[in-house]
Unconditional design. Structure first.
Lengths: 369, 272
């Protein structure tokens, strides 16, 4: 504040341009400016912050009377225009019928137009009034003491005690206590309702419906698939578990992306999580690998597969998994590789699960460990 | 001019210039970018003379990258076993011959007639089989199950191409193209051969009838009523809503600033 004042002082009376939206220079129209002009410029902010001002120096009318007269007429014209448009609204409401689509359209147009013109004209008039006619003065109003007067506080205490005594609330404990008893169930009720947030998930987050021998079905057509049918290198397809193809709850965790690699492209290092095997080449069949489709970040379906780079992408937060190396995370917020489903073929040659996943699928949860 | 000079140093002038620049760039981009895709009939049966002509065309136009005998070079993959469908897809969409070595080959107006493309395709097919160009029967959508097509599309295609085939971005400058201009034959060929980063959807996993269902869904989305405007891949007129919201908010903020901005007071003459 004092900085800008000093700058202005050095420039003399030349008006400085102020950028729209920045606070104006220290108010000059307040009474204290007279003091500031006599003394150092730096004192201005201190003086004005105190809020002391004498009403005598406030200008009550704008300096340019001719301009004010002109603006007065324009403002009045706005208000008259608003009046006419407002009358038009009433006329349109009364005069235009609404019993067919065309009439309703016409009526809506007329009502909307006249009403918005009314409001715009009123607003414009008020705006011009404020900007061109009202004095441009900042007024500081002192804050009142929030605490009530001691006299009022004492009177209220008296009044309250008298009421309590007259109602016999203190005198008759039976009524008072049974009232409290009566409201007790209502207070306890919300706690009981919390029960419906259960049941507890138990171990359900750690398992999916995949079980030994369960066939992999192509989502949509629900066909089981053999390694020979899925032989095009670079193939990828969305897979659901046999028996649960129409069960959204099961699919939320059990959906799979099945990917076929060219010979030599697939290299899944044997990965352990503690004592649990979580990825290995032994779970692939003929360069076909099955990864959970559920992102380990927040559970979006990881469906975007680039066969040239072997990248699996999650569309939600761009977590990127390297499908050729055990779906390890190579980019993005996901914390863990996509779980790999152990896979083999059954007697008929169809792809089946060797077992459930050996680790929980999907995003982290509190007890996951 | 004096009107302009009086205003060009105002704070709003910079933003106005930026906005104008953005609009001009957007319009220019819209004018110069366009999508390819040509209609075509079924491929005729291959004859030895077609294969020979195709070989001549291949040697003249393709062999510099793919090798004189289509065995591949460091510049381009070998095409033995790539199949006629791959040739027809790449050349009819204008992706081949490639304009430059980049993240991926963009579609552009095809450089060759359908006849020439078939001849090159016949030549490539004669080298080592591969998926053939589907005939009009295979890509016909009459009687196809559009609902099943939608299921298959949303499970296997929508993550890249968008749920109504409007296309989308991939990694490292690649993108999944919009399917709005692709012919049923091109869609079928793309599923069969997996061009560029796209996975292969061979007949064993996605049967020919399922492919027809998917094509039926894609074609169907084109004639679905569209609310218009910049619909963000059939999301609806969200774009306009966003622009109105953001632009409108900005406008209201400017109005609010203008309302509260103080008129410059006539400076007291006796000051300092």
């Amino acid at each position: 504040m004092s900085d800008s004042e000093e700058t202005e002082g050095s420039e003399g009376p030349v008006a400085r341009r102020r950028v729209i939206g920045t606070p104006p220079p220290a108010p000059r129209l307040l009474g204290s400016t007279a003091v500031a002009e006599d003394g150092e410029a730096g004192q201005v902010s201190d003086e004005t912050a105190g809020g002391e001002h004498s009403g005598g120096e406030r200008p009550t009318s704008p300096p340019d009377e001719a301009h004010a007269k002109r603006m007065e007429k324009i403002v009045a014209a706005c208000f008259i225009f608003a009046f006419i448009a407002g009358c038009g609204f009433i006329a349109a409401y009364v005069g235009l019928g609404v019993h067919t689509v065309d009439k309703t359209l016409r009526s809506n147009l007329a009502l909307g137009t006249s009403l918005s013109v009314t409001f715009i004209a009123l607003g414009l008039g008020a705006l011009l009034w404020v900007r061109h006619l009202m004095p441009d003065v900042e007024v500081v109003e002192d804050r009142h003491e929030l605490r009530s007067e001691t006299k009022d506080r004492e009177a209220f205490q008296e009044y309250f005690k008298e009421g309590a005594s007259n109602s016999q609330f203190v005198k008759r404990p039976l009524v008072r206590r049974t009232l409290m008893l009566g409201t007790l169930p209502l207070i306890a009720a919300p706690l009981v309702l919390l029960r419906d947030m259960g049941p507890l998930p138990g171990t359900s987050l750690r398992h999916t419906v995949w079980s030994p021998g369960r066939r992999l079905l192509v989502y949509g057509t629900n066909q089981p698939i053999t390694p020979a049918e899925f032989s095009g290198p670079g193939s990828a397809i969305s897979i659901v578990p046999d028996g649960y193809q129409d069960d959204p709850d099961a699919l939320t965790k059990a959906s799979i992306t099945l990917i076929k690699f060219r010979p030599g492209e697939l290299d899944i290092p044997t990965t352990m999580n503690g004592s649990t095997l979580i990825a290995t080449m032994n779970w692939t069949v003929d360069n076909i690998v099955a990864y959970s489709r559920i992102c380990t970040h927040v559970g979006c379906p990881v469906g975007l597969y680039e066969q040239t780079t072997h990248h699996l992408l999650c569309p939600c937060h761009q977590s990127t998994f390297d499908a050729s190396h055990g779906a390890n995370v190579i980019f993005g917020p996901a914390a863990r590789a996509l779980p790999q489903l152990p896979m083999t073929v059954d007697a008929q040659g169809y792809l089946v699960a060797k077992s459930d996943y050996t680790q929980p699928v999907g995003p982290s949860f509190w007890e996951r460990g | 001019m004096s009107w302009f000079n009086a205003r060009r140093r105002r704070p709003v002038a910079g933003y106005t210039a930026l906005l104008l620049g953005l609009v001009v760039v957007g319009l220019l981009y819209g004018a110069f970018s366009r999508t390819g895709g040509t209609a075509q009939a079924s491929a005729p049966a291959a004859s030895q003379s077609d294969i020979n002509t195709g070989q001549g065309l291949f040697e003249a136009n393709c062999s510099s990258c793919h090798g004189l005998d289509a065995q591949g070079t460091t510049q381009g993959p070998g095409l033995i076993g790539a199949g006629a469908a791959a040739v027809d897809f790449q050349m009819s969409t204008g992706r081949m011959p490639a304009k430059e070595v980049g993240a991926e080959n963009e579609s552009k107006p095809s450089q060759f007639t359908a006849q020439q493309i078939y001849q090159i395709a016949d030549y490539i097919a004669s080298l080592g089989g591969g998926p053939a160009i589907p005939d009009s029967q295979q890509v016909s959508t009459s009687g196809a199950d559009t609902a099943l097509g939608e299921q298959l599309f949303s499970a296997n295609c929508a993550q890249c191409h968008g749920f109504a085939g409007a296309g989308g971005a991939l990694t490292y400058g690649k993108d999944a193209p919009a399917l709005t201009a692709a012919t049923p034959t091109q869609i079928y060929e793309a599923m069969l051969t997996g061009p560029e980063a796209m996975p292969v959807f061979a007949d064993g996993a996605v049967s020919p009838s399922a492919k027809r269902d998917i094509i039926a869904y894609i074609v169907d989305t084109r004639v679905e009523p569209n609310a218009g405007g910049f619909s963000l891949g059939r999301t609806g007129p969200v774009t306009e809503g966003l622009v109105i919201f953001l632009g409108g908010m900005g406008f209201l903020v400017l109005i609010a600033m203008w309302i509260t901005a103080k008129r410059r007071d006539p400076r007291p003459t006796g000051m300092e």
